[in-house]
Design a protein around this ligand. Sequence first.
Ligand SMILES: [Zn+2]
Ligand SMILES: [Zn+2]
Length: 127
Amino acid sequence: MGRNTHQKQSILNALTSLRGQHPTAEMVYERVSQTIPSLSRATVYRVLNGFAEQGAVAQLRITESGYRYDDVMSPHHHLLCDVCKRVVDLTAPQFETIPLPQEDVSGCQIRGVELMFLGVCPECAAK
Ligand SMILES: [Zn+2]
Ligand SMILES: [Zn+2]
């Protein structure tokens, strides 16, 4: 396995180990540097971007703190917690039946729907 492939696999493993947390690139970098301390921050950012361009991971533009990464590629929605700003996966049957318009809307061609719900995550709700 080449060095590049090894780096990419380690970055993907780090992302998978953070599944459900929708980590920033910085969080992935911190995790992967525990196993490969020599890996540069720039490499991690570049590889994550590449994964997103290939459609291997989702890049969420949710908060002003930058992209969040998600290796869960099955369709799902997100809730941004008002309190801790965590991004939580949301799935419910009624979210899967939101009808998409068949014709262009405001000149836009719509290919899917990904909703951002606002509220409070289970941990914060329990406090
Ligand atoms: Zn919360
Ligand atoms: Zn998600």
